[in-house]
Ligand binder design. Structure first.
Ligand SMILES: *Cc1c(COP(=O)(O)O)cnc(C)c1O
Length: 374
């Protein structure tokens, strides 16, 4: 069906839109779960969804309880999020003054780009990694300087240092993800210390840190490190991806400007109440995190036994596999036909790979059974 415009504009609207946005490629949205389940001809609860690193257990039962009793949906949220920030201070061990909640960690990435980038400034990005850093940088009118990781997804520290030294304009932001998405590797602390010597802000995205063993979060470094920002989220470990709740830990010199900058009501009351309920149910949620880590490690070992897959060890809630001798895309669609969703990649640095989120035991079993048959 074609629709005629009601008013024909006497001038080209596109000439009024920011030229850099006109030139941008359209975003390909992820298909909503209901649409996908209709396409696959399966009920949503019979689909094994291991494609987006969501928490298969869902939130703490206290979240639904709290939300069903919450009396203040008609009242605007506290723009300072004081109760949540106090609870996060206890959880992270960093005083509330350093903490700013956001509508998902994604919102804070956007704020950082808009706060630091003037036109033609560049971020330093280290692909293969999470796509939102370059997305937000471009949306802010900035540029992206890619310093590629090596085949084992290790950062090219010298490459980063050279890129900063040689950049033609300003490079105010370096984004690094630890554990990295899509492979699950951690940034060693000595490497991070070296990167912090650079004259820029190092943003460490710790979306998956709750699933990591080893040296752990660097959130505690922020008060003594004027150029370190740490981003965290409730989406993965606490199962709140759909409610959108993240937070950043920022040096005081940065957070004071973010307070001027943020939308006053960016975090809604449901997300706030859900976050507080989660933090009050930590032992329970941590048990589930432990179960997911166990399942991730078992998934890794079992995938190693499948001849056409080469899994990479992971410190997050997913396992990346290189696929040998067949197309990852076909593997992805054959699994989808069986109601099992995984993520596949076929692009530079991620040729012919699939990424599988850690599920519950029965989900892993069904996945492995299907992989062995293929
Ligand atoms: C999932 C993810 C996020 C998104 O966090 P939200 O709080 O859901 O916006 C951020 N960073 C990485 C690396 C992720 O994988």
């Amino acid at each position: 069906m074609t629709r005629q415009p009601i008013h024909k504009s006497p001038f080209a609207i596109r000439n009024l839109i920011r030229p850099d946005v006109v030139r941008m490629e359209s975003y390909t949205p992820v298909k909503p779960f209901e649409v996908l389940s209709a396409e696959l001809g399966r009920a949503p609860d019979s689909i094994i969804k291991l494609d987006a690193n969501e928490n298969p257990y869902g939130p703490s039962p206290r979240v639904a309880e709290t939300l069903s009793r919450f009396p203040w949906y008609h009242i605007y949220p506290d723009p300072q999020q004081n109760e949540l920030r106090d609870a996060l201070a206890v959880y992270t061990g960093v005083p509330a003054d350093y903490i700013l909640p956001g509508h998902g960690a994604d919102e804070l990435l956007d704020y950082l780009c808009r706060l630091f980038l003037t036109p033609d400034d560049a971020i330093i990005n280290c692909p293969p990694t999470f796509g939102m850093y370059s997305f937000d940088a471009l949306l802010s009118g900035g540029r992206v300087i890619d310093v590629w990781r090596d085949e084992d997804f290790r950062l090219d520290v010298e490459g980063i240092e050279k890129a900063v030294a040689r950049a033609s304009g300003r490079t105010p932001l370096l984004f690094i993800t630890s554990p990295n998405n899509p492979d699950g590797s951690l940034i060693p602390h000595d490497i991070l210390r070296r990167l912090l010597e650079l004259p820029l802000i190092v943003v460490v995205d710790e979306a998956y840190i709750e699933f990591a063993d080893g040296e752990g979060s660097v959130a505690g470094w922020v008060p003594e490190t004027p150029n370190l920002v740490v981003l965290r989220t409730f989406s993965k470990w606490a199962g709140l991806a759909g409610l959108r709740l993240g937070y950043g830990i920022f040096p005081l010199e940065i957070i004071q400007h973010l307070w001027k900058f943020k939308q006053p009501y960016n975090v809604n009351v449901a997300a706030t109440a859900a976050g507080l309920a989660s933090l009050q149910d930590l032992p329970f949620l941590q048990e589930r995190v432990t179960a997911l880590k166990t399942e991730r490690d078992r998934l890794f070992r079992e995938l190693q036994k499948i001849s056409y897959l080469a899994p990479l060890p992971s410190q997050a809630n997913f396992v990346l596999c290189r696929v040998r001798g067949r197309a990852a895309k076909d593997l992805h669609s054959e699994l989808a036909g069986q109601g099992i969703l995984v993520r596949y990649y076929d692009k530079p640095g991620l040729q012919n790979c699939i990424r599988i989120s850690a599920g519950i035991l029965e989900q892993t079993e069904q996945l492995l059974e299907n992989l062995k048959k293929l």
